[in-house]
Design a protein around this ligand. Structure first.
Ligand SMILES: C[S@@+](CC[C@H](N)C(=O)[O-])C[C@H]1O[C@@H](n2cnc3c(N)ncnc32)[C@H](O)[C@@H]1O
Length: 386
């Protein structure tokens, strides 16, 4: 079977590594996701264990098209009733790049009609539509020549781990946070600090990685509603990964934030995931903290101009942040995830790496600073930050 796993743009290579680990075959990275081949077992495991994929889509068709009728015919050709019951609700999503057709809404309607018409013909009943909480999601993708049709095996997006209770001001998506952790190269034996932790997304993901907790263990998936769902195989896979889970104990994972309400959010989320006892949390200003251990990985997502914070105060904060990193974190590797172009210019440290990433539609950078005492300050003429 052929699958496509979409992910935040910039994380394709780390997602591909994850999929290789769970036994996926014929891996091919694309812009915004990874194509792979595998069995139902691969699909169940990818849903249960991938920390970086947004969904696992089963590709059921890929055909050239000229007009809406071709798309209808492709969708009508399938025995949909062999995959799910007409009593379930459906939703059709459509995305397109360089598609010459005039209305994507009309194409969406044609796909929905094809599925419902085929159901009515084969069973006398048709599924109803639910745009908010559908049982089954069907995804179509159109490029200039080809129409690809997918059945979504995940249901709710995989970044919904089923344990976030409160979102905070500008939370990161869980799979973006997990992907950033992977890009930093952080390993659980190394101390980790998020000194602007907000609702605690990095801390939650890091604690789950450190304790081997599969990201999908607290939620359900759309494939559980498919007719060919193999409950025995699913139980076996789930029990196997759950048996590798470590019991919760305090890790070298540290989080702090300036505001009490942000820490309340982080605490609520960690508690809901049963991970409050795994993480050190305290209220502190990043400008006044010291490194909790001699070496480690600092990863954070400071406030930025677009959604929260005010540009002028940020322009004051960023150089001070640079001073703190330089003066108090020598021996650490710091990773700053930001969408704010002012940050790399005003922090006055020289990044050893800049990785472009996308947070939804926002273009961001993951900036790496390897902090070695005395060697980090940019000279006045150094213009190497972009
Ligand atoms: C973009 S949010 C971080 C969101 C977080 N990654 C999450 O997923 O919820 C930035 C955070 O920085 C915190 N912050 C702002 N100024 C700070 C300071 N001087 N010291 C520590 N935290 C600060 C804010 O309270 C906010 O929670």
């Amino acid at each position: 079977m052929q699958f496509f796993a979409p992910c935040p743009r910039g994380l394709e290579c780390v997602l591909a590594e994850e999929l290789i680990k769970i036994g996926a075959k014929s891996i091919k990275s694309a812009n915004g996701g990874v194509h792979f081949k595998g069995s139902w077992q691969t699909c169940y495991q990818a849903n249960l264990e991938s920390r970086i994929a947004s969904r696992i889509l089963w590709q059921i068709a890929q055909k050239p098209y000229r007009d809406e009728q071709d798309i209808y015919n492709t969708a009508y050709a399938f025995a949909w009733h062999e995959w799910f019951l007409p009593e379930l609700t459906i939703r059709v999503n459509l995305a397109a790049i360089k598609c010459p057709l005039r209305s994507l809404d009309f194409v969406t309607l044609k796909i929905k009609d094809a599925v419902c018409d085929k159901f009515r013909k084969t069973t006398g009943k048709r599924p109803s539509i639910s745009t908010i909480q559908p049982d089954i999601r069907i995804h179509g993708f159109l490029d200039a020549q080809e129409f690809t049709l997918y059945l979504d095996t995940s249901g709710d997006a995989l970044f919904k781990r089923g344990n976030r209770k409160t979102a905070g001001d500008a939370p990161l998506r869980e799979n973006l946070a997990a992907g950033i952790l992977r890009l930093t190269g952080w390993q659980p034996e190394t101390p980790l600090l998020d000194p602007m932790c907000g609702s605690g997304t990095f801390l939650l993901e890091a604690a789950q990685i450190a304790l081997n907790i599969p990201p999908g263990s607290q939620r359900h998936f759309a494939f559980e509603k498919f007719k060919q769902f193999d409950q025995t195989l699913w139980n076996k896979l789930k029990n196997k990964v759950l048996s590798g889970q470590l019991s919760v104990s305090l890790q070298s994972i540290y989080g702090s934030d300036l505001y009490g309400y942000a820490l309340t959010d982080a605490r609520t989320n960690l508690e809901a995931a049963g991970l409050l006892d795994a993480v050190h949390l305290k209220q502190a200003n990043i400008l006044e903290i010291s490194a909790p251990e001699p070496q480690g990985v600092l990863v954070t997502n400071p406030p930025y101009g677009v959604r929260i914070g005010d540009t002028e105060s940020l322009i004051e904060l960023y150089p001070k942040l640079g001073d703190v990193l330089k003066n108090k974190f020598s021996g650490w590797h710091a990773y700053i995830f930001t969408t704010d172009p002012a940050l790399p210019k005003t922090i006055r440290l020289k990044a050893s790496k800049r990785t472009p990433l996308f947070n939804g539609a926002l273009e961001c950078r993951l900036l790496e600073y390897k902090l070695i005492a005395g060697s980090m300050r940019k000279t006045r003429n150094d213009t190497s930050t972009k």
